[in-house]
Design a protein around this ligand. Sequence first.
Ligand SMILES: [Zn+2]
Length: 238
Amino acid sequence: HLANFENTSNWNYQRDRNVAEYAPHVHNASLQVVRNASMDPIKYLMKYFEIKANQETLADVQRVAEDISRLEEAVANVQRREAEIVAMINPPAFILQRYAGEFWSLVGAHLSPITVPYPNYKFQYVSAGGNSGQTVNINLDTPTLDALSETLVQKIRWAKSAAGQRALMTARLRGWIKDRDRHTCQNPACGVSVAVEPNLLLEVDHIVPVSRGGLSEPENLQTLCWRCNRTKGAKMPA
Ligand SMILES: [Zn+2]
């Protein structure tokens, strides 16, 4: 489920409607609209935040999706590294369960909770009296961005266009390509893999670029490490 529903009612609390949130990503709406947004987040996101189904939007959504997916991977790497450090120090389990904060402050290691700062869109209803409220939060995480991309492609019916092809690069397809390539950089001059370098950042590359008519199909996709992907234009034949 792509949206999360939150009851923000606060009994006897007089909310000042004049200081309600009017941030750009907050839509103040009727209770019905808030409920509908929870049932069909993509449709309501597009309608009320004026996300237009065109090539430009697709390119934007795709760029955000790639950045978010890269961030998710980087955060997962840091968390894995953290787990390795914890495993190395290896305090008794009961300490981690019950006194983790105190233990780590005594050790001097500060494990900061790292999360991906997902763009957030909000549908918000506040009753006339001010003490009843409902909020629907839509985080632009990978499943939501993929669903948004797929909806845009359907709306534009541009599966063969460059923008449509980029949009068809979903997180699921990226994961599948990396599995197929055994999480190994496919540049023969490199060949670095996650087995050798556990925190390696791998990316999925179009062998024939989308701008030259390359499709988002398995035969045209390969796994590259981030270093090779950055220098692909200079060093590898496209
Ligand atoms: Zn490489």
